[in-house]
Design a protein around this ligand. Structure first.
Ligand SMILES: Cc1cc2nc3c(=O)[nH]c(=O)nc-3n(C[C@H](O)[C@H](O)[C@H](O)COP(=O)(O)OP(=O)(O)OC[C@H]3O[C@@H](n4cnc5c(N)ncnc54)[C@H](O)[C@@H]3O)c2cc1C
Length: 358
């Protein structure tokens, strides 16, 4: 490692308190945050237990995710921290989940919306502009549609339900860790609270951001990678799930109406994909749904340590994109006594306040 990056790492990871060796760890919540944390602690030799209040893992917000692993595209409207956590997590998924598909992301816009695409390009990097022939080379069914495109070749996607299920299986088979449904967490050296939005009772500044999505089957469309369509009213993305099935997402609405999918959202999302390719007009709607993304006021994630509990929350629209990197940092806090100021502002301020008061 270069000296500069060693120094940077040392500043980032100030030692907070002496570590406990081989602690027991109780995880509350089996969404992507909880399952990623369980997997990380189990890999490091801890005795892990998981409790989940629903009847299966991943039925909270994680159920509705598109599964785009797009750290470069997301920086169009997210802080560089998301890009950093996302690139680290992308490597995790590529190494640990065989269903990770690395074929890049195509960001397209109708020719009249070129300024939107130029603005997207100014805010991102690691892409190249494609002309009409190059678009048709990688996605033949977009030939002749007069779209403009940016291509982000290093991005990937996965089926989030399959990815979460694969980690649950690895936890059970490799580490003997099973999920206790409907149970209360038992005593443990560390408790990792991954309850998503339900943790509002302890994290008062957490808020819901509703996201609506659809799953459709379009028999005659065969896209190989996520397509993002810049659209003046409703930007939309389409994530291939294989066999002609596509997830279409997603709205961003500041309310807590879980499960309520409105006509307006359906009209806007479906009109936008119809602009992307008219054959979506013949697609069969398999599923509609909506989840509540847990978000802090600045839409950035937090690791908040209170005593021997660490709250892993605020994953907002980036749960699958960043959970493995957050899990690694959570384990570093508990097992190595490290601190990550960019994720732990409130904890470090509280610690400072307690030290001054003491
Ligand atoms: C439409 C939509 C599209 C999205 N697309 C993407 C995408 O493409 N890429 C991406 O990275 N992210 C995406 N996201 C965001 C992602 O889904 C969230 O960031 C992520 O699911 C949050 O995960 P979580 O584990 O924090 O919360 P959740 O998935 O909600 O998990 C919390 C779990 O805790 C359980 N729980 C709550 N209280 C208790 C309790 N007392 N005891 C036990 N268990 C409890 C809940 O039942 C739940 O299972 C999308 C979200 C939506 C809504």
């Amino acid at each position: 490692m270069k000296l500069a990056s060693c120094l940077c790492a040392a500043r980032r990871e100030d030692v907070l308190s002496p570590p406990i060796l081989n602690p027991s760890v109780a995880i509350i919540g089996a969404g992507i945050a909880g399952i990623a944390c369980a997997y990380e602690f189990a890999r490091r030799g801890c005795a892990v237990t998981i409790v989940e209040r629903r009847e299966a893992a991943g039925l909270g917000c994680s159920w509705y995710a598109g599964g785009m692993l797009a750290p470069w595209c997301e920086c169009e409207n997210a802080e560089p921290l998301i890009g950093d956590l996302g690139r680290e997590s992308l490597a995790f998924w590529q190494a640990h989940f065989a269903g990770t598909v690395t074929r890049g992301t195509l960001v397209v816009a109708p020719r009249r919306d070129l300024p939107d695409l130029q603005r997207f390009a100014r805010r991102t990097d690691e892409y190249r502009w494609l002309d009409a022939k190059e678009i048709a080379d990688i996605e033949p069914q977009l030939a002749g549609l007069r779209h403009q495109a940016l291509f982000f070749p290093r991005e990937a996607h996965l089926d989030p339900r399959a990815a979460l299920a694969a980690l649950v299986t690895r936890l059970r088979e490799d580490f003997g860790v099973a999920i206790a449904f409907g149970a209360q967490p038992g005593p443990a050296d560390w408790t990792i609270d991954c309850r998503g939005l339900a943790a509002r009772d302890a994290l008062e500044d957490l808020r819901p951001v509703k996201g609506e999505m659809l799953v459709v089957k379009a028999r005659d469309l065969d896209f190989a990678r996520p397509l993002r369509m810049l659209h003046p009213r409703m930007p939309v993305y389409v994530v291939p799930r294989g066999d002609g099935v596509y997830m279409i997402g997603a709205t961003m609405i500041e309310n807590a109406e879980e499960g309520r999918f409105t006509v307006r959202s359906a009209l806007e999302l479906l009109s936008a994909v119809y602009t992307l390719h008219p054959n979506f007009g013949e697609a069969e709607i398999l599923e509609t749904g909506s989840g509540l993304r847990p978000a802090f006021p600045d839409n950035l994630p937090r690791l908040r340590r209170r005593g021997k509990t660490i709250y892993v929350n605020g994953l907002f629209r980036h749960g699958f994109l960043i959970a493995p990197a957050l899990a690694r940092r959570t384990a570093d806090i508990a097992l190595l006594g490290k601190a990550f100021p960019e994720l732990m502002r409130e904890t470090l301020n509280e610690d400072r306040g307690e030290r001054q008061a003491g």
